[in-house]
Design a protein around this ligand. Structure first.
Ligand code: BGC
Length: 363
């Protein structure tokens, strides 16, 4: 028999482990699942919000580091979380004036962001308990999470049955597959709200970013799209070539003023229906690279502008403005009120499918 030191033996396996992670205020138990692959990469995901609590990826020297923001314990997530690592639904990003019409009927939602609805309302999918099940596939180890959102929940029509499968693959990818069905026409837009910091700490302004998009959806002062698809050419929104996130973020630009930095949806070029490269992030200090592949049409790049130092997260880190970045694959914000945008309507008998891969490597 081949002898391996204990640590190597543990690392040489793809495995998933379930542990208790505390209780919600109403006494519901929360579990955390630890997924590991043979390279030592590790993802910890909890049943509250389907949240990615930590994600450890190697740097150019092979040293593992946690590349997502969040808390060490459940408590922080329950008290005050700007959607750290969570599944977002039923509708990711904003719905203007907190209402929309569907099949001639008007639906009123919660105004949890000024006059608008953000990330599904007051109690979105980030604040519910998902039912977890361990799954194994040829790609790696996975966690299947399901949740039934009731007809009328947060104002949305239809009982929506949602499943999200997280897989940690052999190739250092975190794959997220979303699907949903409904018993009545509704709107659906699901994403994950991880805040990445490929250095593991500090500002993200030195990270370099490429987004494969020649257009973005400009917004008004409430961050609701105007309906226009505008060329990025000659603007600080142009990430068609790798650019440092900090190089243009403070330029005099109406769109950057509205977002206090980047907080916009980019219209992806390569929409094939299959998985296509949407964005690439490189952090020069650690050498870490993250590539995002998605079946979605859009990606929200949010540069953590609303982090303000009031949150102390993992390892006592104070999360100041722009200490984390989100790249949320999605359909466009406010699509339910924009007839020219690709539809987010899901009808009875149809299936919502969406996949995104975050692939980690080094340069
Ligand atoms: C939005 C931001 C919002 C943030 C909440 C992002 O997806 O685009 O405007 O502040 O989520 O943490």
């Amino acid at each position: 028999m081949l002898w391996l030191p204990a640590t190597t033996a543990a690392m040489a396996r793809h495995e998933i482990k379930k542990q208790a992670f505390g209780m919600t205020d109403s006494g519901e138990p929360v579990e955390i699942y630890t997924l590991t692959n043979a390279n030592g990469m590790e993802a910890r995901i909890m049943s509250y919000g389907g949240t990615v609590v930590s994600l450890k990826a190697p740097d150019r020297h092979g040293k593992l580091g946690d590349v997502v923001l969040g808390y060490e314990t459940l408590d922080g997530y329950l008290k005050n979380s700007p959607y750290f690592g969570a599944i977002i639904g039923r509708y990711a990003n904003r719905i203007g004036k907190a209402r929309f019409s569907l099949d001639g009927k008007e639906y009123t939602l919660g105004k949890n962001n000024g006059e608008n609805t953000l990330h599904g309302g007051f109690k979105g999918f980030d604040k519910v308990i998902w039912k977890g099940k361990e799954v194994k596939s040829k790609d790696g180890v996975g966690l299947s999470l399901s949740y039934v959102s009731k007809d009328g929940e947060e104002g949305f029509p239809g009982n929506l049955t949602v499943t999200v499968v997280y897989t940690l693959t052999k190739n250092n990818e975190l794959k997220i597959e979303y699907n949903a069905t409904t018993d009545k026409a509704t709107v659906v837009n699901l994403t994950n709200h991880s805040y990445f910091n490929l250095a593991g700490e500090g500002s993200i302004l030195q990270h370099e970013l490429m987004i494969d998009a020649s257009r973005f959806t400009p917004v008004d002062s409430g961050l609701i799209p105007t309906g226009e698809l505008r060329s990025v050419k000659g603007t600080p929104m142009d990430f068609t070539q790798f650019a440092g996130i900090g190089t243009r973020i403070d330029q005099q630009d109406e769109q950057l003023t509205f977002g206090r930095g980047y907080d916009h949806n980019w219209v992806l070029n390569n929409v094939t229906g299959g998985l296509a490269l949407a964005a690439r992030v490189y952090e020069p200090g650690s050498g870490r690279v993250m590539e995002i592949y998605t079946t979605e049409l859009g990606i929200q790049f949010y540069s953590g502008n609303f982090l303000d130092g009031s949150i102390t997260g993992k390892n006592g880190q104070v999360y100041k403005q722009r200490y984390g970045l989100c790249l949320e694959t999605q359909h466009f914000p406010d699509s339910p009120n924009k007839s020219d945008f690709p539809s987010t309507v899901l009808k009875r008998g149809q299936r919502y499918n969406s996949s995104t891969i975050y692939r980690f490597s080094v340069k």
